[in-house]
Design a protein around this ligand. Structure first.
Ligand SMILES: [Ca+2]
Length: 212
């Protein structure tokens, strides 16, 4: 699994050192480099060997667990972390109607001192762009008596599997607040969180399993 991420990183790194990257018009590559790079690349993509390899896989890709978003070192406190790049830049996770931060209530964190706090009284969403997400894992807790409901949705907005209710976690990183939703083969396009008025809810340690 890690090998796959490393491959992407290596590919991107190699791209930085070569001026003939297919998408890079700028730089000193000029026509010769771009022509050569483009032709070879296209031949390989359309070749039989490439297609055979993909077809022999389990459904056209390898399942990979991407970086966990912990809202501590990766997202600035006070920010609505929109367009969080994930997986060596292969896609993004876009949050809306919430803020990364701390309330100094330990049970609201699966890691560190910060989590993502969906706004109360509205629907918050986490949308996945250019990511073929097959399952999600996360920490989902609330303080007090009122919790929130989280649902995974497909590209048409239809719910996948059962919704998850946040738990009144008893302590920091309470195992009872850790959840996984598996799409069962159906790509998860977004996550919807319904937070009632007055509820204090937190989501932390969001991890995605994607097909690459
Ligand atoms: Ca955290």
């Amino acid at each position: 699994m890690r090998a796959s991420i490393h491959s992407i990183v290596l590919a991107l790194t190699a791209c930085l050192f070569l001026t003939g990257c297919p998408s890079g018009d700028g730089g000193g590559g000029d026509a010769t480099m771009n022509e050569n790079g483009g032709d070879i690349q296209n031949d390989n993509d359309n070749g039989d060997a490439m297609n055979e390899n993909e077809n022999e896989g389990d459904g056209g890709g390898t399942e990979t667990v991407l970086d966990t978003i912990n809202f501590d070192s990766d997202v600035n406190v006070g920010e609505d972390p929109t367009s969080f790049a994930i997986g060596a830049g292969v896609g993004s996770v876009d949050f809306s109607n919430g803020v990364a931060g701390t309330l100094a209530i330990p049970p609201l964190y699966g890691s560190g001192a910060n989590s993502w706090l969906p706004n109360a009284g509205v629907t918050s969403t986490i949308a996945f762009t250019d990511l073929d997400v097959r399952s999600i894992s996360f920490y989902f807790a609330h303080d007090g008596d009122t919790g929130a409901t989280l649902s995974a949705l497909d590209a048409e907005g239809a719910q996948i599997g059962d919704s998850v209710e946040s738990v009144a976690a008893a302590a920091f990183n309470d195992p009872a607040a850790s959840f996984t939703i598996d799409g069962g083969g159906t790509p998860i396009a977004s996550v919807s969180i319904e937070t009632p008025d007055g509820a204090v809810v937190a989501l932390d340690d969001l991890s995605l399993t994607v097909v690459e």
